[in-house]
Design a protein around this ligand. Structure first.
Ligand code: CA
Length: 290
């Protein structure tokens, strides 16, 4: 059994945050050829599943950066939450420093109403007023936070802590790189936690044992699969863990150079159907090896 693990944002999704017909066909082709397609994303499972349903595909889903694994029919196979105690201290720290953040459970994405409005205005301002094209690009990337499904807006952070659901991922957003780095350093030194990033505007906090790579490894064990014969496609820091585990790693053309440098190869950009291109190249080569 070989896996094809595919990131969503900046990878499988195009500029409209959708799966193109070309990419959909390639995924279906790979499944017909006997490859197990796995969507591997920082997004919540319910959000990723909505996107897949819309495109008419049913893959396995590694969600919230590896903290959850769901089967093709939506059954949860594995989950690694952050402890309640730790969630409490993270939210308190973020709140005191006025960060915008989103808290992911298996039912919802919790966010503070006022901070969300403020962050939205900040994005619009940067998109229009910034003279720096890189800042404009980061602002446009940040805007996709508003495209996710399942938001529940609350007044303050104790409202989130009152929820009984387990927390899988906390996404922290800021356009202030120094402030973001401070958050990264603060949580990276906590034994229980893992910090990654899927864009220049965010850091993403999970349980230390949760990563896209660890989740893929768990699936390979469960399903007797070979990671050496598997491919992973992605575009950013939170994909590195799965790139390290597979035999064939593919960076998107739109990925940064440090991501491309660790991969076996590079494919086309996300809006040029880079995933479809990578799938056909991989399945052809794999067929030759068999
Ligand atoms: Ca991505």
């Amino acid at each position: 059994m070989s896996f094809i693990a595919i990131d969503l944002d900046g990878t499988l999704l195009n500029g409209q945050n959708e799966i193109s017909e070309e990419n959909r066909k390639a995924i279906q082709y790979a499944q017909e050829q006997g490859f197990e397609v796995v969507i591997s994303t920082g997004r919540a499972h319910f959000d990723a599943q909505t996107i897949c349903n819309k495109a008419g595909i049913s893959p396995y889903i590694i969600g919230t950066n590896g903290a959850t694994i769901h089967s093709k029919d939506g059954k949860m196979l594995s989950s690694i939450p952050i402890s309640k105690e730790c969630v409490g201290s993270i939210l308190k720290w973020l709140d005191e420093r006025d960060f915008y953040y989103e808290v992911f459970t298996d039912k919802a994405i919790y966010s503070l109403k006022k901070k969300r409005e403020h962050f939205y205005h900040e994005i619009q301002h940067l998109k229009i007023a910034s003279l720096d094209s890189n800042q404009k690009k980061i602002a446009a990337e940040a805007e996709r936070q508003f495209d996710q499904f399942g938001y529940v807006l609350v007044e303050n952070y104790p409202d989130i802590l009152k929820q009984e659901e387990e927390v899988f991922n906390i996404v922290v957003c800021s356009f202030d790189q120094k402030k973001l780095a401070e958050g990264w350093n603060r949580f990276d030194m906590v034994d229980e936690l893992m910090v990654v990033s899927s864009g220049d505007h965010n850091i993403e906090i999970t349980n230390k044992s949760a990563s896209k790579g660890n989740a893929l490894e768990k699936m390979a064990l469960l399903m007797n699969g070979s990671l050496e014969k598997s491919m992973a496609i992605g575009d950013s820091n939170n994909d590195l863990s799965m790139f390290r585990k597979v035999g064939y790693s593919v960076a998107m053309e739109n990925a940064k150079d440090d991501i491309k440098a660790v991969c076996t190869t590079t494919t086309l950009k996300n809006y040029d159907n880079g995933v479809a291109h990578a799938i056909y190249r991989f399945t052809e080569n794999f067929a030759l090896q068999k």
